[in-house]
Each structure stands twice: as structure tokens, then as C-alpha cells.
Design a protein around this ligand. Structure first.
Ligand code: DOR
Ligand code: ZN
Length: 430
């Protein structure tokens, strides 16, 4: 592997607080040196001119669906991580709702094997219960030994009080977070969007806000009983659930949460005339909930932006709205949307935006050595042009699936170069 010298960029490392112009030398998969411009002697290194660009830690997405094993027609680990690299992500946490469900150390190891051809580091999240059936716990210590960084039944909730309490207790014993897909499915059967006037008008059954907040409140009351327990709430979408997390955090509970770009960028109005590329779970909500997500990002209550990248084939999305599967792709639009909404529109400083996409998600799931850019850390680097406005075209996506509501959307902040473990995994076509 050739040395790579990133010359003259503005290094923004939210983990250390560094925000200054530096040369950065990447050698043998590590950040070897970081100095004021002109100081590093590396005559044999390939030079990348980063003048006017931001050099940041490679982004960390703690919620993606890579569809392998079992549904390679939607996505593979190779194609999904290629999309990740194009979006600036060098680490992704892969959800277990594959076919079969990743509830074993064997599948957990298989997903990380070099043969998968990944362009980003894959951290598996294993199923919390066997087959994600919500009945019997998987073996958390064996899954952790195999590389799992958390447990969840994402796609479905861990619904029963007893099994959720057991999951929190067993996970605490081995130091893993339990990630909850907070949806009380007793209230959402047959629903395909947010509950409210719009659902009524469209003639669709709606998921009430309380289906999310009720389960979050239940989980927080269980968490109180578990010494050392850590609950992470996936794709939070409602003000009511966010308020519950905020209060619990103040009372000292170890609860973290994430929000997706679509839940802070869009509302249910985006469904328009039954556009299935605006259908996901949790659904797009009303404006007051979207505004609350922005608020939670600005005030620090929300720990991470996570995409919930959920590829589906065109023939699956081209169905009646209530029959189409839930989910949208998100890896290539997350950075642009975060910069456009949070930095440009709401004046959040760029390092704070980057923290939500790197250091803070890495910390939330304990991904040591990721989401930081310091001498000695993994050579996971994102170089991007913060001011460039560009239009995302789904047809250009590296993902096997194109199910996104952001096709044709203009955004600000464009990836130029992504380096994962010292290897160039994406270079923008010029
Ligand atoms: O929109 C979603 N898609 N929500 C989920 O919970 C699952 C995911 C998927 O796997 O497609
Ligand atoms: Zn989910």
C-alpha cells in the first residue's frame, strides 16, 4: 500500500477538537503524522491536494441493512459498502434482519470475512432473540466474541416486557448495548404511514406517535432496573419519544439515540400521491416532529445521525403503497443532507455536524479507534468540499437499489475522497 499525503486541508476532528490546516500522512493503514503544512517529508507518497477542502474522520453509520446473506438482488456487502464509501462512510454497522437472520457467531463472522469484498469496515449487529422472534435470547457473549457490537431485532421490536428485561440484563453482563426498534406493533398492524389527517385523506391506516413513544417509555422503565444497562433507541422519529429520552438521560440512565436524515429533512407530505420511495418504518412524521428532531440534534440530545439504509428492488417498490416494503437507501445522501439542513440552514458548526456522523456514533456503540482522526488512529478519512452544491441522482448510486426520495435533490457538501484503513475506497470523478 502506497503512502498517501493529504496536503493543506482543513482538518476537522470532532473527537479531539482540532480544527486547523494540516498535512496528513497515511501509512500502512494508520494516520502516521499530522503537521502544519510543509513539515512532513514523504517523497515517495502519493499526494492529494486538499486545499480548500475539509479533512475529517471517515464517517460511521451505526444503522444499515446490507441484505447479505440472502437478498443479494437488493444489496450485497460489497455494493452496500461501496455506496458507504461514496457517501464518506468508512464504518457501517450491519443490521441482522438478513435471510437467515444473523443470530449466530457463524453469520457474524461470515459478514466480516475478506471474501465479502467490503469497501468499509463492517461491524455486525446481531439479533437479540433467536430468529428475531422475540422469544429466546441469542448467546450474547459468543456473538460479542465473534465481533457483534450490539444486539437488536431491528425491523421489529423486542416487544415482551420479560424478554426485553432479560435482553437488557444479559447485554449489560457482556457490555453490549441493546438497540430497540421502538414500535408497539399492537398499535401499527396494517399501517403504512404516520397517523393523522393526511393518512385519513389518502385512505391509509396510520401509525400513531404513541406506538413509538410508548415503547420507549416502557424500555426506559425496564432500563432503570438493570445495573450497567445501555439502551440505544434506533431511528427516533417523534417529539414524544425524544422528550422521554431527554428526561431519562437527565435522570442518569445510559440511553442513547439516533435519528435518520429523512426524519429531520422530510415530513409525511413527501408521500404526495402515494410515492413508495417515501415509505419507511418509522414513517415520515408531521412537521412538529421533524422540527423536534432538528431541536434534538442542535441541543445534543440526539447522539447520532444514522441512515437506516434499507435497499429494496424497483419491482418491490412498484406496488400499491400499503403493499410496498418499508425503507429507503441513504448512504450517499446523509452528509449532504446533514450539512444542508444543520449547518447551512440551522447554523450548526461543521465540526458538530461531523461529530454526529463520526465520533458520537462511534462512542455510542463503543467502536474503539473509529470516528477519530489523530496520529495512530485507523487511516479512515473523508475529504469533502463543504461549499459545493450538487444534485443527487439515484441512477448514479453505487447501491444495487435506487429507492430514495432524494433523487434530483440539490444539497451542499460533496465527498471528494474516502480512505478506509489506508486504502482509497472512493474518489469523486472529476
Ligand atoms: O424502513 C425500514 N426498513 N424500517 C425497518 O425497520 C426495516 C428496514 C428494512 O429492513 O427494510
Ligand atoms: Zn428499524
Amino acid at each position: 500500500m502506497k503512502d498517501l499525503l493529504l496536503r493543506g486541508g482543513r482538518v476537522a476532528d470532532p473527537a479531539s477538537g482540532l480544527d486547523a490546516v494540516r498535512d496528513v500522512l497515511l501509512r500502512e493503514g494508520k494516520v502516521a503524522a499530522m503537521e502544519i503544512p510543509g513539515q512532513i517529508q514523504a517523497p515517495d507518497a502519493e499526494v492529494f491536494n486538499a486545499k480548500g477542502l475539509i479533512v475529517a474522520p471517515g464517517l460511521v453509520d451505526i444503522h444499515v441493512h446490507l441484505r447479505e446473506p440472502g437478498q443479494a438482488y437488493k444489496e450485497t456487502i460489497a455494493s452496500g459498502t461501496a455506496a458507504a464509501a461514496a457517501g464518506g462512510f468508512t464504518s457501517v454497522c450491519a443490521m441482522p434482519n438478513t435471510i437467515p437472520v444473523n443470530d449466530s457467531p457463524e453469520i457474524t463472522r461470515w459478514m466480516q470475512a475478506p471474501d465479502r469484498g467490503a469497501s468499509a469496515r463492517v461491524f455486525p449487529i446481531a439479533a437479540a432473540t433467536l430468529g428475531s422472534m422475540g422469544e429466546a435470547l441469542t448467546n450474547y457473549s459468543a456473538l460479542k466474541d465473534a465481533g457483534a457490537v450490539a444486539v437488536t431485532d431491528d425491523g421489529k421490536p423486542i416487544l415482551g416486557d420479560g424478554i426485553m428485561l432479560e435482553a437488557l440484563r444479559s447485554a449489560a453482563k457482556v457490555g453490549l448495548p441493546v438497540i430497540q426498534h421502538a414500535e408497539d406493533t399492537r398499535l401499527t398492524g396494517g399501517c403504512s404511514m404516520n397517523a393523522g389527517a393526511l393518512a385519513f385523506r389518502l385512505g391509509l391506516r396510520g401509525m400513531p406517535v404513541e406506538a413509538e413513544s410508548g415503547l420507549v417509555e416502557r424500555d426506559l422503565s425496564l432500563l432503570k432496573k438493570v445495573k450497567g444497562g445501555h439502551l440505544h433507541v434506533a431511528h427516533l422519529s417523534t417529539k414524544k419519544a425524544l422528550d422521554a429520552v431527554r428526561a431519562a438521560r437527565k435522570s442518569g440512565l445510559h440511553v442513547t439515540c439516533e435519528v435518520t436524515p429523512h426524519h429531520f429533512a422530510l415530513t409525511e407530505e413527501r408521500i404526495g400521491l402515494y410515492d413508495t420511495n417515501a415509505k419507511m418504518n418509522p414513517p415520515l412524521r408531521a412537521e412538529a416532529d421533524r422540527a423536534a428532531m432538528i431541536e434534538g440534534l442542535l441541543d445534543g440530545t440526539i447522539d447520532a445521525i444514522a441512515t437506516d439504509h434499507a435497499p429494496h428492488a424497483a419491482h418491490e417498490k412498484e406496488q400499491e403503497f400499503d403493499r410496498a416494503p418499508n425503507g429507503i437507501t441513504g448512504l450517499e445522501t446523509a452528509l449532504g443532507l446533514a450539512i444542508s439542513l444543520l449547518h447551512v440552514q440551522h447554523k450548526m458548526p461543521l465540526p458538530a455536524v461531523l461529530a454526529l456522523l463520526s465520533s458520537r456514533p462511534a462512542r455510542a456503540l463503543g467502536l474503539t479507534g473509529r470516528g477519530a482522526l489523530t496520529v495512530g488512529s485507523a487511516a479512515d478519512v473523508l475529504v469533502f468540499e463543504p461549499a459545493e452544491r450538487w444534485v443527487f441522482h439515484a441512477a448514479d448510486s453505487r447501491s444495487r437499489s435506487k429507492n430514495t426520495p432524494f433523487d434530483g435533490t440539490e444539497m451542499q457538501g460533496r465527498v471528494r475522497l474516502t480512505v478506509g484503513d489506508g486504502r482509497v475506497v472512493f474518489r469523486a470523478p472529476r
